[in-house]
Design a protein around this ligand. Structure first.
Ligand SMILES: Nc1ncnc2c1ncn2[C@@H]1O[C@H](COP(=O)(O)OP(=O)(O)OP(=O)(O)O)[C@@H](O)[C@H]1O
Ligand SMILES: [Mg+2]
Length: 802
């Protein structure tokens, strides 16, 4: 019956559609206009899946008279959600605000805030991230006398997370536990979940699992959402896990329910070859069995790629073709072969970074690319540092996405913990975090006494603290009791600031001031504390902008277009906390057009990030670095075919981000844990067809014959090994420069007495003497505890001037 709804594949049904459908190919057009039954769009990278999704929303609004409030679109990052909303606003103006475009997690938070009471939670609940989760699990495991050496908190956390992704509740986990580990995990899970409830908190996995529980247990709640959302669209469907799949199914429904509400229209897009989140339980089963899961489903395949050159696509096709059990598909483009892929074998990671920097510089000089056109990818976050060092030295503007994120810094987390306790006093993890920060005389023993008392009386930690104030807690010494009284009074005072309706930034200022947190940092001599103060200033700025931004969205009348009980009051403390809890790495990706994305800092910068974060993005120039067995593919995957297949998909994602130019590089020697380590070439390099790659350099610097040679295999260089991690700065200086003009000058570090530096091995230091000039320049540096060291300053010095 759904064929009745199908529009002709080669053209719009009504002439006025034309501007929305004009720049789509017939298959894309079919996906945009398809109506009635569930729709799956499966296609390789860059074939316009995301474009189809966005366009479909526009089409629903413009041509099918769907109200924005009936649409729920799910993307993988908040950034993608914002972009989608923006594109839709361009089409329908402020009405777009009534549409739900968000990540799975944000969507669930919204539903849970609205329905918290049904689950016997308060709508001011906290959201625990992985760090909070680990803290709470550590506490639970300690209380259950679990040996942390046998069962590390991290391991327990991973297992519990897996159970939640499979929608297994604590009771079922206990019943199903078959071995010692499973029994331990289940035992911790039960108690952990009890304490989460008590703390009025959800962890990340709960956001999904508990929403599913809500929809499955309370038919009237499910019906409300089913009535409301008549269109559900999901991007990157290959990365949904079982819990997310079930959530989608519950929202949409598979048949008319008792009240006669038909299933909502579902449209999902994905690419099984880009499934890279198996470690979070993602399963391509959800794509493979879509047609079974959703009766009458329609599948549309897209094959034409609009992103990359044929060379890049051939490389991607060749690599992914090695994966077993996949549905073969070939991407093609009519945009021509383009440039060859450039390969480079570096001496060490510093040399590799210098090569990348040199190429970027050259491309910019020649006007072939702006900095913002360029992305540098690596497998794990810790690989970013060498790039940062050289980019700083060369003055190349860049931005690292992810890594130790702003919101993971200690001082930022401390402040957020204060805010969280103010919003939700039952948030025990946050409360215990700030109990004695800054130090106020509430020691570990006092904390333990309070915890035991809370446990015994079955009251929350916050209530137990109040008990201490009124002298009800036995075994607490008077000094501690007094300190606790001071703390409770302080929090009450801050609570009044919140009650008075102060802006988040002002609440934050009050916390910084009245706790003495800022004063303590300002009085410290430690330079790290100075940067902490800066981060806190930044946090206040973030809060200020948050309020301003909310005011802007709300418009001059101060009201959001559609008041929704699921959304915390705009600009409020809970809204702010929700925003920062759900930021993902990819949210800080600089805007691709190189323009000002709002905060004014991101214009024209090179983007550095892991391949995982790059999913869904595209750049004219891409550097894939660290292609070494043990790095990429990751060490963990070397002996495991399933993991290796996942790494290969990751390589496919990396390659297919490139629009015009792709570079791949590896390093002969790389330091790991302070030790030089030789890594063989990545097997993925061998899988690139030889005729597609121009090997700019295959051999180490000791034999300059390797330069400029093309063809051949990257493995040719692995026979070299005599230098075994030695080398060092001076021998590098003698080599032929592969970087062209000015390379030596730029890589050499110019230092003066008094300069502060950071060295890979010795850490922070101060220059106490400089000698020699040119290639013989040296500096003597005082590294404090590591002593004074005299270092050569030419070549790739593993050190950066601060
Ligand atoms: N019909 C088309 N005509 C011109 N350009 C197109 C067309 N379809 C898509 N594009 C462009 O091709 C690029 C890739 O599209 P898009 O990001 O939607 O692909 P995707 O399938 O979602 O990729 P990925 O798998 O990486 O998420 C974008 O720049 C998009 O604007
Ligand atoms: Mg996409």
């Amino acid at each position: 019956m759904n064929t009745l709804f199908d529009l002709p594949a080669d053209g719009p049904a009504k002439p006025r559609h034309s501007d929305l459908l004009d720049d789509l190919n017939p298959a894309q057009r079919e996906a945009v206009t398809h109506a009635g039954s569930p729709l799956l769009v499966v296609a390789g990278a860059g074939s316009g899946k995301t474009r189809v999704l966005t366009r479909r929303i526009a089409y629903l609004l413009a041509e099918r008279d769907v109200h924005p409030g009936q649409i729920m679109a799910i993307t993988f990052t908040n950034k993608a959600a914002a972009e989608m909303r923006e594109r839709v606003s361009d089409l329908v103006g402020r009405r777009a605000n009534a549409m739900w475009v968000s990540t799975f997690h944000s969507m669930c938070v919204r539903i849970l805030r609205r329905e918290a009471k049904t689950l016997e939670m308060s709508s001011s609940f906290s959201i625990y991230d992985s760090d909070d989760t680990k803290r709470l699990i550590t506490l639970v495991a300690r209380d259950l006398d679990i040996d942390p050496k046998r069962y590390a908190a991290r391991t327990l956390a991973v297992h519990i997370s897996n159970l939640k992704n499979e929608l297994i509740d604590p009771e079922t986990a206990v019943a199903d536990a078959g071995n010692d580990l499973e029994r331990r995990v289940a035992e911790v899970y039960v108690e952990y979940q009890r304490r989460l409830n008590q703390a009025n908190a959800f962890d990340f996995d709960d956001l999904i699992m508990r929403t599913v529980e809500l929809l499955q247990t309370f038919p009237d709640v499910a019906e409300y959402y089913r009535r409301r959302f008549r269109h559900v669209l999901v991007d990157e469907y290959q990365d949904t896990n079982h819990a997310q799949y079930t959530l989608v199914r519950e929202l949409v429904g598979t048949e008319a329910n008792e009240a006669g509400i038909e299933p909502a229209e579902l449209c999902v897009v994905g690419d099984a070859d880009q499934s890279i989140y198996a470690f979070r339980g993602a399963t391509i089963r959800n794509i493979e069995e879509f047609e079974r899961d959703f009766p009458n489903a329609r599948t549309v395949l897209l094959e034409q790629n609009y992103r990359s050159t044929q060379t890049i696509l051939n490389a991607a096709n060749a690599v992914i073709a090695r994966n077993p059990n996949r549905r073969a598909k070939r991407l093609w483009t009519d945009s021509g072969d383009g440039e060859k892929i450039v390969g480079y074998v570096a001496d060490n990671e510093h040399d590799e970074a210098a090569f990348v920097a040199g190429e970027i510089d050259a491309l910019a000089d020649k006007g072939e690319a702006d900095y913002s056109d360029v992305a540098v990818f690596y497998r794990t976050n810790n690989q970013s540092r060498v790039f940062e060092e050289i980019f700083i030295r060369l003055g190349l503007p860049y931005k690292v996405v992810g890594g130790v994120r702003f919101y993971e810094r200690r001082e930022v987390r401390d402040m957020l913990a204060y805010l969280r306790v103010l919003a939700n006093p039952e948030d025990t993890v946050s409360l215990r975090r700030i109990l004695n920060v800054p130090k106020r005389g509430i020691g570990d023993r006092a904390e333990a006494v309070i915890a035991t008392y809370a446990e015994r009386e079955r009251i929350s930690f916050a209530q137990a603290l109040r008990g201490a104030v009124s002298g009800e807690v036995p075994l607490l010494n008077p000094r501690s009791a007094k300190a606790i009284t001071g703390f409770v009074e302080l929090m009450d005072e801050l609570g009044e600031v919140v009650e008075s309706g102060a802006e988040v930034a002002d609440i934050l200022e009050a916390v910084l001031e009245r706790t003495g947190y800022r004063a303590e940092l300002e009085e410290s001599d430690d330079p790290q504390d100075a940067s902490r103060v800066e981060n806190l200033t930044e946090l206040v700025t973030v809060a200020r902008e948050f309020t301003e931004f909310t005011a802007e969205v709300a418009g001059p009348d101060g009201e959001l277009p559609e008041a929704d009980p699921g959304v915390p009051e705009p600009g409020s403390l809970p809204a702010f906390l929700e925003r920062v809890s759900l930021v993902a790495d990819a949210d800080s990706v600089p805007s691709p057009d190189g323009g000002d994305d709002g905060d004014g800092h991101d214009a024209g910068v090179v983007t550095l990030m892991t391949v995982h974060t790059a999913k869904g993005l595209e750049y004219p120039v891409v550097f894939g670095t660290g292609w070494e067995d043990g790095i990429f593919p990751h060490m963990r995957a070397l002996g495991d075919p399933t993991e290796l297949a996942e790494e290969r998909r990751l390589a496919y994602v990396a390659i297919t981000r490139a629009r015009k130019r792709l570079y791949v590089s590896r390093s002969m020697v790389r330091s790991a844990w302070g030790q030089p380590q030789m890594n063989p070439a990545s097997r993925f390099l061998d899988e690139l067809p030889a005729d597609l790659v121009d090997w700019r350099r295959l051999a180490p610097s000791s034999s300059s014959g390797g330069f400029g040679s093309s063809g051949g295999s990257p493995r040719a260089a692995t026979t070299w090994g005599s230098r075994g991690g030695g080398g060092g700065a001076s021998s590098r200086a003698a080599s032929t420069s592969p970087f062209g003009k000015g390379w030596k000058d730029t890589v050499a570090l110019k230092l003066d007495v008094g300069d502060r530096v950071s060295h890979d091995k010795y850490g922070l230091g101060t220059v106490v003497a400089c000698d020699g000039a040119g290639p013989r320049a040296t500096a003597t540096i005082d590294f404090g505890a590591a002593g004074k060291v005299r270092l050569m300053l030419i070549g790739s010095v593993p050190m950066v001037k601060l």
